[in-house]
Design a protein around this ligand. Structure first.
Ligand code: CP
Length: 336
């Protein structure tokens, strides 16, 4: 947590002070495309801002005027429950105008390219586009042709930075810190944008990350990202503070990379016996959607260690913070 933690963050709720804090703390990004672009200070600022904004969701009237007059387009080219809804809720809680576009209802089904779609959306002068796309790099392409800010809400197997930020927020909330924690990430590491963003973010923030999963779902040279590899999930979980479980991304595998779901569950599914090898106060995380009985057993998903629904609740606060930090001030503040 920053020592200069925005001490007067309570003032944030009073509208105009937002911009001053944003300028003061120096968040100078036009887009949020990946965790690599964020410094430790940027991440701390996002988490501190989210911590302050979280309270708004518990009021009777869950709305502040901070982003009044700003427009946000949610453009989801892949299915989503949590990310799409929480961006919409976050924007509305800050009084921004939102509209949603999906692939099946856009003119991309008639052959319009992503760049032409982006240029047409830009012509309507939105402030931010939140994009989820099946192709890695799609948000980067969009950002290169748009004046509006672009937020990556998941691009192919590349990154899902807002998920990593809400995961980090949840870890910090439950453990009081990130630095020095031992964290196991178990599952389909190769196809998981959540794993990639979390590995970049968590190692940057000083956590020690171990990844585990079938060798066929482990990227070659993953150690170069600063993580340890332990193929046996029981050993991977041993003594850990945090266990993060990932869904198998069947939609991104051209052929099945393990014999059967039953065998996957038997060897890599997180059950009570495996969780008990972690520290007594371990927290269990999952970005959702879960496949119960495959990568995680119900008694673990719904059990005392699980913070899975806290992750979802925190997603709103973290996305409020990101929207505010990106567009809460003047566009002239942006330098990249
Ligand atoms: N965690 C996550 O991205 O969930 P959705 O696919 O439902 O948005």
């Amino acid at each position: 947590m920053t020592t200069t933690r925005i001490a007067s963050l309570s003032h944030l709720r009073q509208g105009g002070f937002f911009y001053e804090v944003r300028k003061l703390k120096g968040f100078h990004h036009k887009d949020l495309l990946g965790m690599g672009q964020l410094s430790v200070e940027d991440i701390e600022l996002i988490l501190d801002t989210a911590e302050s904004l979280k309270e708004i969701s518990h009021r009777d009237i869950k709305k502040v005027p901070t982003l009044r007059g700003k427009s946000i387009i949610n453009f989801f080219y892949e299915p989503s429950t949590r990310t799409r809804t929480s961006f919409e809720v976050a924007a509305k809680r800050l009084s921004a105008d939102t509209l949603s576009l999906s692939a099946s209802t856009s003119s991309m089904v008639k052959g319009e390219t992503l760049i032409d779609t982006a240029r047409n959306l830009q012509a309507m002068n939105p402030d931010v586009i939140v994009l989820r796309h099946s192709s890695s790099g799609a948000p980067h392409l969009l950002a290169s042709v748009m004046e509006a800010g672009v937020i990556n809400a998941g691009d192919g197997i590349n990154e899902h930075p807002t998920q990593a930020l809400l995961d980090m927020f949840t870890i910090r909330e439950k453990k009081g810190r990130i630095r020095g924690l031992e964290i196991a990430i178990i599952g389909d590491i190769a196809h998981s944008r959540v794993a990639r963003s979390n590995i970049i973010g968590l190692t940057k923030m000083g956590a020690q990350v171990t990844v585990s999963g079938p060798p066929t779902m482990m990227p070659m040279d993953i150690e170069s990202m600063g993580v340890k590899v332990e193929y046996d999930p029981k050993k991977a979980v041993e003594g850990k503070d945090v266990v993060m479980v990932l869904r198998i991304q069947l939609e991104r595998q051209s052929k099945l990379l393990f014999p059967t779901l039953r065998e996957y569950a038997q060897f890599f599914g997180l059950n009570k016996a495996i969780v008990e090898k972690a520290k007594k106060d371990v927290i269990v995380m999952h970005p959702g959607p879960m496949n119960r009985g495959v990568e995680i057993d119900s008694p673990v998903a719904d059990g005392p260690y699980s913070v899975i629904l806290d992750q979802v609740a925190n997603g709103v606060a973290v996305r409020m913070a990101i929207l505010y930090l990106l567009i809460g001030g003047a566009k002239s503040d942006h330098v990249d």
